[in-house]
Ligand binder design. Structure first.
Ligand code: SAH
Ligand code: SF4
Length: 400
């Protein structure tokens, strides 16, 4: 069952057609929808008061019936390297995490978004997996993560990765819709979007039907079904050979190079034999390989289930995987390490019953795993969206 929930009143994240429906429902002329759409997406407006070409009465009516943001900022952490990690409250009081990161040149910003509250896949190394599945996000709730990040940070997001909480291809219709709105309204084209999946074959095939230019990333993590099943439980439904076939078909359909993600867990997925098997497995696939050293996450008992391999073990694995002839990279810990940590901030808030309340300061270092190590500072402690510690800046307008 799709338990998608949409807010009746937040307009940010909605498509042009949805805004039009809302506006005509208020008996306003449809050109008002174009104006509102442009204020939200091209000028990052956060309130109807900013829409000065709308007329006082119209603005008043809109204020009574709607608001701009769909999501509410519940918590913000800023790392020493500038990466910003957000906890957003959804209209029904649940919450999800998103991340804004930049790379070395600090000019290109990437948003990492969630597609579900929790996740049903239950990977044994993932904080979101411990949470279990709560519900799917609506397309607008996915898009408004990007818009809320832009409004809060003043940065223009250039790339979006579906690597936050949840399994995007178990919410594939809303994810496809959100990709369309990101393209049509936010101005982020499919070539700047990556969808990461634990390997849901029907979802891969459904996405392929759309023939979008998104990059598909497969979280493989083990080169054969038996060991994979122990860490990615859905593998029993989708064995590795079936997955490889689905990826090859995706490439034939969309002509987009794939990414194979592979988490390095000491003594579990990092042996030389596994590296050779991985190289053999992907030999004929059009792909790059991205090795992700494990970020220790705590399970419900406060125990990190695995260990990260030593740097020399990581390098050895990389060299052996390179025998495939593919480009192999090891994901840098700065910035991108918080992809893997997604779920921890949410779990902490849920454990302490704080998703709807004003957030308190987190202890960060000792219990927050990679977030602590990355030197995060809480900037919303004691205040949420209404009183952000970082003054919101307005990004440059973008043509939609
Ligand atoms: N559900 C999707 C997308 C979200 S997870 C998927 O699994 O692909 C995004 C990436 O973070 C995945 O590759 C996932 O395996 C990885 N990840 C999750 N927890 C991690 C951890 N503790 N350490 C390293 N990588 C992790
Ligand atoms: Fe779900 Fe991805 Fe986490 Fe696995 S790694 S539990 S698929 S979010």
């Amino acid at each position: 069952m799709n338990s998608t929930n949409t807010s009746p009143c937040g307009l940010s994240g909605k498509s042009k057609q949805e805004i039009e429906q809302f506006v005509t429902g208020l008996c306003l002329p449809s050109y008002r929808a174009r104006q509102i759409h442009s204020w939200i997406y091209a000028r990052n407006a956060a309130s109807f008061d900013e829409m000065t070409d709308l007329g006082k009465e119209t603005r008043q009516l809109l204020k009574e019936r709607a608001q701009i943001p769909l999501l509410k900022l519940a918590h913000l952490q800023v790392s020493a390297d500038g990466t910003r990690k957000y906890l957003f409250e959804l209209p029904d009081g649940q919450s999800v995490e998103s991340v804004l990161m930049s790379f070395d040149d600090r000019t290109s910003f990437t948003a990492c978004v969630s597609s579900q509250v929790g996740c049903a896949v239950g990977c044994t190394f993932c904080a979101t997996g411990y949470l279990g599945f709560k519900r799917n996000l609506a397309a607008a709730e996915i898009v408004d993560q990007v818009m809320s990040i832009q409004r809060e940070s003043g940065k223009r997001v250039a790339n979006v990765v579906y690597m936050g909480q949840g399994e995007p291809l178990l919410n594939v219709e809303e994810v496809i819709k959100s990709i369309a709105v990101l393209g049509q309204s936010v101005g982020i084209g499919a070539r700047h979007i990556t969808v990461s999946t634990s390997g849901i074959v029907p979802g891969i095939r459904r996405l392929a039907q759309e023939r979008l230019q998104v990059t598909l990333a497969l979280s493989l993590h083990a080169p054969e079904s038996k060991s994979r099943q122990e860490i990615v439980p859905t593998t029993s439904r989708f064995p590795v050979d079936e997955l490889m076939q689905a990826l090859a078909d995706y490439y034939s359909c969309c002509q987009r190079r794939l990414t194979i993600e592979y988490v390095l867990l000491a003594g579990i997925t990092d042996s030389p034999d596994q590296a050779r098997q991985l190289a053999q497995l992907v030999r004929n696939l059009h792909c790059n390989i991205n090795l992700i050293p494990y970020n220790p996450t705590e399970n419900r008992d406060g125990i990190a289930a695995y260990a990260r391999p030593s740097l020399s073990a990581q390098q050895r694995f990389k060299r052996l995987a390179e025998s495939s002839g593919k480009t192999v990279t090891i994901r840098l810990e700065r910035g991108t390490d918080i992809d893997a940590a997604c779920g921890q901030l949410h779990n902490r808030f849920e454990d302490e019953g704080k998703t709807s309340a004003a957030p308190r300061e987190l202890d960060g270092q000792a219990r927050a795993g990679s977030q602590g190590r990355a030197g995060y500072k809480d900037v919303t402690a004691g205040g949420a969206q209404e009183r952000p510690a970082v003054k919101p800046k307005r990004p440059r307008a973008r043509r939609s």
